[in-house]
Every structure is written in structure tokens, then in C-alpha cells.
Design a binder for this molecule. Structure first.
Ligand SMILES: [Zn+2]
Length: 265
């Protein structure tokens, strides 16, 4: 079987295309990492293309020591979400995590290109989420327009931001009953923002980066994308009102929802 026919590849390629069409992955924005299950690792190892190619090893520094030996599907550094579907063997790669390097076992133009520079940050997020939910598989970074806009119009305070979101639509507390994490503005890239995002992911599945975008995580593409869509849709409603919200669900109504659906302990 062509390796790219594997359903998780198709889901990753579709997700990148969708994010670009939605305007959440402009230019080089956006990256994703997907943790392969043991069965998927086995299937990949048995793939003819993988078997005949020697892995390329590249040095990378990681703090996520619990993920050594795991395999991830990763987007390439500098990839355009707009065109990943045209040359996935260049823009996607399967890597195995070592102590301070990765083995590229497939993709990245035969191992000549690098995974996203945010890969170490993604791994820290995976490690944090797996402690909360062993079924977590995905970490995605994207630039959802209205969510970013809302960080200009709303106070940068995760508790207040969450309460506003919950007041906008009953689905919000149902989809993210744990709330939304948020960092202050920080320099993006390989510095402190990665460990800080991961620290937030010990509690939240979404971490908003003000004036930039978000990191989201989940057990599947559907789960993670659904979460992003819910935040983004309601940020859009907020911004359509110019951030001037007079009505909406009260705190008691949100509590009532949470009680009826058994969301909070
Ligand atoms: Zn970004």
C-alpha cells in the first residue's frame, strides 16, 4: 500500500488544506504533530519505501524524555499549509524521537529537510497531555482569525476569557468544560513559550497565544479540529458584536448546563 493512503496521512493532509482555506494557516503559519499508535508504527515499518530507505538522523534537543522511542507524523519547517497536499512527501515526515536527535524514517524529501522548529515544543505538549489523557494523539498550531482578533478586544486573562466564551453559546462549556488556557504575549519559536505552553496543557487542551494564534490538542483530528472550530466560531460571534456583549448565558446558566451534563466534579 502507498504509505500516503494510510488514513492518518489523509487526515493530516486534509486538515492542513482546511486550515489554509479557513485562513488559519497563511504563509508558513501552522504546524502539527501526530503520535502514531503501536499498530501504525508496525504498518509504517513494514512499508516497502520505508524498509529500503536508511533513516536520516538530525540533532535536536528535547526535554520530553518520556517520548523517546515514539514515532510522530510532523509537518516540515517552512511548509505552506496551502500546498502540502501537492507534495506531502516533502512537507510531511515520520520521525522517531531519540535522546537528542530524531531519525527521519520517511518523508521530508528523503530526509533532506527538517521538521518544524516547534517540534520540541509540540513534544512537551504531547507529554503534558498524555499525563491527563493517555489517548491524546495530536498537537496542532494555527492562526484562527477571530480568536486572534478577540485577543485584541478582550482582557488577556484566561479565566475571564473562558467565562466570556462560555457565555456566548451553550456548546462552549460542553466542548471545553476545563476552560481555555492563555499565555501573556511571548516571543514565539524555540524559547520559553514552548515549556510555558506545555505547562498550560497540563490543564487545558487549548492554549491561546495573544495576537498570534493557538495550540490545540486532542485524541483525533476530529476531536482537535472540532475544539478549534468551536473556539473560533464563538470568537467570531464575539467580534461580530464588536466585543460589546450585553446578553448571553449567565454564570448560573453555565453552571446549570455543567450540572445537567455532568461536566464538573
Ligand atoms: Zn504561529
Amino acid at each position: 500500500m502507498n504509505i500516503l493512503k494510510n488514513p492518518f496521512f489523509e487526515e493530516a493532509i486534509d486538515a492542513c488544506r482546511y486550515f489554509w482555506e479557513a485562513g488559519w494557516g497563511e504563509n508558513h503559519a501552522g504546524n502539527l504533530t501526530y503520535l502514531l499508535s503501536d499498530e501504525q508504527v508496525q504498518e509504517i515499518k513494514e512499508d516497502e519505501d520505508v524498509k529500503k530507505t536508511a533513516p536520516t538522523q538530525i540533532a535536536m534537543t528535547f526535554e520530553a524524555k518520556e517520548l523517546i522511542g515514539k514515532y510522530f507524523l510532523v509537518t516540515r519547517a517552512g511548509a505552506f499549509f496551502r500546498t502540502i497536499h501537492k507534495h506531502p512527501e516533502k512537507d510531511l515526515g515520520i520521525v522517531k524521537v531519540n535522546e537528542d536527535s530524531v531519525d527521519i524514517i520517511w518523508g521530508f524529501e528523503n530526509g533532506t529537510m527538517r521538521p518544524t522548529s516547534e517540534f520540541p515544543a509540540h513534544l512537551l505538549c504531547h507529554q503534558a497531555r498524555l499525563k491527563q489523557n493517555p489517548e491524546n494523539r495530536l498537537v496542532m498550531h494555527c492562526h484562527p482569525t477571530h480568536t486572534i482578533a478577540m485577543t485584541f478586544a478582550h482582557e488577556i486573562d484566561e479565566e475571564k476569557f473562558t467565562r466570556t466564551m462560555w457565555s456566548l453559546n451553550s456548546e462552549c462549556v460542553l466542548v471545553f468544560p476545563e476552560g481555555l488556557g492563555m499565555l501573556p504575549w511571548m516571543v514565539c519559536g524555540e524559547g520559553a513559550i514552548g515549556p510555558e505552553t506545555a505547562r498550560k496543557m497540563e490543564k487545558y487542551r487549548i492554549v491561546i497565544w495573544p495576537y498570534h494564534g493557538m495550540f490545540a490538542s486532542g485524541t483525533s483530528f476530529e476531536d482537535t479540529i472540532g475544539l478549534i472550530e468551536t473556539v473560533e466560531k464563538n470568537a467570531q460571534v464575539y467580534m461580530l458584536n464588536g466585543g460589546n456583549i450585553k446578553n448571553g448565558l449567565t454564570e448560573d446558566q453555565v453552571k446549570e448546563l455543567a450540572q445537567v451534563f455532568g461536566l464538573w466534579d
